[in-house]
Design a protein around this ligand. Structure first.
Ligand code: AMP
Length: 414
């Protein structure tokens, strides 16, 4: 019987995993440099966790099931809600700010296509506790620095849901219709939005996109809406911090985000060449979500990279994402040198990634294999050399060979 992998899932080869590890480690390195620590949450959760606030878009795409006791569970479709739950259960007494990051697979029952999978990975972070514009700016900077470090070309778009919500509130649009409006804006559904409100200022506002000039235009559009202006002032402060650290961005006041829990600044990062699934990162401020789970009013801001799309963007842009570790192969060239060669391999492994030839091959075949594997050096252990306390080290890039004292192999490998 032939069993294939489920639709929308993927297997990853060693080569692919080595590239993905490189991307993960590079980004995690930036997260850590900003003081974030890694956490893990369960792969499945109570379904209510996500139906409460993650929004219809996600709720309709969940991998939901009942367990043997009839409890409604689901595979996590995203992790921010899990992090808030974890915070309420176990992290609430820790000193603030709390800086957490995760790298996990998410599950959404969507129509698979390039860049959209049913199991996909998110590398995301949450900053819990601080409220000021500098925390929003810092979170955006982490995402920006991560992609710069990878050598990725991208476009960062920043908006603020408080502006849109403020305008709707000042026009007396009730909360539930505000939420529906934001969902329509997120989906680019102008028809749906018009059914809720035909407020011309709203349509004007969400079309505002570009550089700093957008702020002046928005000030003019929103001059009679107090709440919207207050949010716009906050956005200006965030931008001032981003300018101070040299982050380049585009303003887009039509950025709405599909997840329902965002309350303030929102941002998206796109790689336009990826086509339909060009959004590689999304995030924003969500000041009410933790309160929903814990009763404690704790502000928070965060984002998630769509990890698969980041990896695909780098592939497309020709960025080399190989883990640059030196691989060394130790080759015993006579049967009575196997144990000696194994000892040399074992010693070198303290500082290098070392493979001892287990296939009992002739030197020519081992060198061929080393070439295919991209090994940097082959350490050849022959009887005569060894009896003089020596081995031969072949540099696989230059083809040069040197016979050196066993104690001095390290010097040559440097
Ligand atoms: P979201 O949790 O919906 O805000 O998504 C955050 C990021 O995850 C998006 O910007 C995408 O890059 C990525 N993403 C969302 N859904 C999928 C999917 N089905 N397959 C691959 N990546 C996805």
């Amino acid at each position: 019987m032939k069993i294939e992998k489920p639709r929308g899932t993927r297997d990853f080869s060693m080569e692919e995993m080595s590239e993905r590890d490189y991307v993960e480690n590079t980004v995690a390195g930036v997260f850590k440099a900003y003081g974030y620590g890694k956490i893990k949450t369960p792969t499945f959760e109570h379904m209510d966790l996500f139906t409460m606030k993650s929004g219809d878009e996600i709720s309709t795409h969940m991998y939901a099931f009942e367990d043997k006791k009839g409890r409604k569970m689901c595979l996590r479709p995203e992790e921010t809600a899990s992090v808030c739950r974890m915070f309420s259960e176990t992290l609430r007494t820790l000193p603030k700010p709390l800086k957490l990051y995760y790298f996990d697979s998410m599950f959404r029952y969507e129509e698979p296509q390039k860049g959209r999978y049913r199991e996909f990975w998110q590398l995301g972070l949450e900053l819990i506790g601080p409220k000021g514009p500098e925390s929003d700016a810092e979170v955006i900077s982490v995402a920006y620095d991560s992609l710069k470090k990878l050598g990725c070309e991208f476009r960062l778009e920043i908006g603020h849901l408080g502006i849109v919500k403020g305008l709707l509130a000042d026009k007396d649009i009730p909360e539930d219709l505000q939420r529906k409006s934001i969902s329509c804006i997120d989906k680019n559904d102008a028809e749906g939005l018009r059914k809720i409100t035909s407020e011309p200022l709203l349509f004007e506002l969400i079309a505002l996109k570009g550089g700093k000039e957008v702020i002046a235009k928005a000030e003019e559009t929103l001059k009679d809406s107090k709440k919207a202006i207050a949010a716009l002032i906050e956005l200006k402060e965030i931008l001032a911090y981003l300018d101070a650290v040299g982050v380049e961005y585009t303003l887009n006041l039509g950025v709405a985000r599909g997840l329902e829990y965002y309350t303030g600044m929102v941002f998206e990062i796109r790689v336009p060449d990826l086509g339909a699934q060009s959004q590689i990162c999304g995030g924003g401020r969500y000041d009410n979500l933790i309160e929903l789970f814990s009763g404690l009013s704790v502000p928070a801001v965060g984002f998630a990279f769509g990890f698969d799309r980041v990896a695909e963007a780098l592939e497309m842009q020709g960025v080399n994402k190989k883990e640059r570790t030196k691989e060394i192969i130790v080759a015993p060239v006579s049967p009575d040198m196997k144990k000696e060669a194994m000892k040399i391999a074992s010693d070198l492994r303290k500082t290098h990634s070392v493979e001892y030839d287990l296939m009992d091959r002739k030197l020519g075949k081992i060198l061929e294999y080393a070439g295919e594997k991209g090994a940097s050096h082959v350490v050849i252990v022959g009887r005569k050399d060894y009896s003089d306390g020596m081995v031969t080290v072949r540099d696989m890039t230059s083809g040069e060979q040197k016979t050196v004292k066993i104690k001095e192999i390290e010097e040559v490998l440097k």
